[in-house]
Design a protein around this ligand. Structure first.
Ligand code: AMP
Length: 511
């Protein structure tokens, strides 16, 4: 046991496949990863119900084959998750599932530190939308945590990396670092500038919240289903248990293929008593996943373009996330950066929570000088904009389509204002539909919320001025307000509540 630490704030990497928690240890003058109750430093982000109790982490993962329907992998987007046991059902929102994992990590930290823990910094994929961020905040609240800050995963990895490197006396005054983070369910790429004085400036972020190791596993499973069909003339694709067994075998085979060029897949009695055996080659693995790998490189190109940087200006390429162990991914990245060696020195599994713990310590005023001195300047990952309109004869008439108020990769926190004027004589209201995304067509972006500004004095067109204000806080969460200048009449909303858990629901679930 590590002795009593008062007021310790923890850093949590809430990953799609694994989660990890870390904290500052005064006695050792550094951040350390906290083991879970089984003594492991990473915990599967896995929750199950066995009819009697909720299982979390390894316990949940271990029973996945027996009980595939009652197991949820990863904090997903929005569906309701249904646990079935002997015709009994339990329903959970993704926020509740995430909160169960968070509570488990909180308890592991409390057991290890010997004190109650309430304050935490939680990491999210850089490409998480406003709604996904708010859902993570809700999950933290449900787990009894005070979320001091949400931080983007690659930025967190860069803190771990930057803090380590700034101690190096040979280190230049500043350098540009590209963090390539390919995990189980998400892909993040970030371009950062790290100064020797400890300032980390995020220049651009990009990626895909639905691209990761699980996509590669799925294509392997599909391939095996085809082989079985050809060999045995039987279709296993509708059998949940068989598919789960294939998924586990493929994931293991995929890992093996990172160090060997061919690996067997053998499953006894896969379907209707028939065994399944095949040999999977690295070449086949690379062939079926080529599209995904190309997508990763495309996102790196986009990120460099957004950050106004040529690839030759990148001083270091840091790789994190379990899926960067795939040789083809490493080879494509090295080739893209003209043979530059990749930096693998930070522990992929631990770097993200390490960085979050540094920030948590910094925010709570603890830690050594290096931890206290560091400064983080992050950006917003997706553009935020508005489609303005008016209510006319009970229907909404839009004036134009997506109008970007805050472009992606704007440093946060930030406040941006946009001025409007009435377009019609006697226009008494204005409607502002807020969207997030990169398309110029709002129908291709994510609708966040609607703000209605009424009570505009009836005057000739153009006479009334309105100010629309977008305010993004350090967590990347947006507040929008609109004001009629002549009357001071103001409406505002914290956008993220719409469509997600209401305050009442949070209260109910917490209870
Ligand atoms: P992370 O979310 O960073 O923990 O990454 C987890 C993902 O990395 C999972 O999809 C794993 O299957 C994958 N992974 C872990 N080790 C390897 C490996 N040696 N080769 C290929 N993929 C791996």
């Amino acid at each position: 046991m590590a002795g009593r630490v008062e007021g310790t704030a923890i850093g949590i990497d809430l990953g799609t496949t694994y989660s990890c928690v870390a904290a500052w240890f005064d006695k050792h003058n550094r951040v350390e990863i906290i083991p879970n109750q089984q003594g492991n430093k990473i915990t599967p982000s896995c929750v199950a119900w066995d009819g009697m109790q909720i299982l979390v982490g390894e316990a949940a993962k271990n029973q996945i084959i027996r009980n595939p329907k009652n197991t949820v992998f990863g904090p997903g987007e929005k569906p309701i998750i249904v646990f079935e046991h002997e015709s009994e059902e339990k329903k959970f929102s993704p926020e509740e599932i995430s909160s169960i994992i968070l509570r488990n990590l909180k308890e592991a930290a409390e057991a290890f530190l010997g004190t109650t823990v309430t304050d935490a910094v939680i990491t999210v994929p850089a490409y998480f939308s406003d709604k996904q961020r708010q859902a993570t905040m809700d999950a933290g609240g449900l787990a009894g945590l005070n979320i001091m800050r949400l931080i983007n995963e690659p930025t967190s990895a860069a803190i771990a990396y930057g803090l380590d490197r700034s101690a190096d006396i040979n280190c230049p005054d500043e350098k540009n670092v590209l963090v390539f983070d390919l995990g189980g369910g998400t892909f993040d790429v970030s371009l950062l500038n790290i100064s020797k004085a400890g300032t980390i400036t995020v220049k651009a972020v990009g990626g895909d919240t639905h691209l990761g190791g699980e996509n590669f596993d799925q294509l392997m499973v599909n391939h095996c289903v085809e082989i079985f069909k050809k060999k045995e003339n039987k279709d296993v694709s509708e059998n949940t248990r068989a598919k789960m067994r294939l998924k586990i075998a493929c994931e293991k085979a995929k890992r093996d293929l990172s160090s060997t060029v061919q690996t067997p897949i053998e499953i006894d009695c896969l379907y209707e008593g028939i065994d399944f055996t095949t040999k999977f080659s690295r070449a086949k693995f690379e062939e079926i996943n080529a599209g995904f790998f190309n997508l990763c490189i495309k996102q790196v190109e986009n990120c460099l373009r957004d950050g106004n940087m040529h690839k030759s200006q990148v001083d270091e390429v840091v790789i994190v996330g379990g899926s960067t162990r795939i040789p083809k991914v490493q080879q494509m990245l090295t080739e893209f950066f003209a043979g530059k060696p990749l930096c693998k020195s930070i522990n992929a599994d631990e770097a993200v929570s390490y960085g979050a713990a540094v920030l948590a310590t910094n925010l709570s005023g603890y830690g050594n000088k290096k931890v206290q001195d560091f400064l983080l300047l992050d950006v917003t990952p997706l553009s935020l904009g508005v489609k303005a309109g008016i209510i006319n004869n009970m229907s909404v008439v839009a004036e134009h389509d997506m109008c970007v108020v805050i472009p992606k990769n704007t440093p946060i926190p930030t406040i941006k204002e946009y001025a409007y004027q009435t377009r019609f004589d006697n226009q008494v209201n204005g409607i502002f539909d807020v969207y997030q995304g990169e398309s110029k067509y709002t129908k291709e972006n994510v609708f966040l919320d609607r703000l209605i500004l009424d009570g505009i004095p009836a005057t000739p067109k153009g006479e009334q001025k309105m100010i629309l204000c977008f305010n993004i806080d350090a967590n990347g969460i947006l507040n929008v307000s609109a004001e009629v200048i002549s009357t001071g009449n103001k409406r505002s909303t914290t956008i993220t509540r719409s469509g997600d858990l209401s305050k009442e629901m949070v209260k109910r679930i917490r209870k």
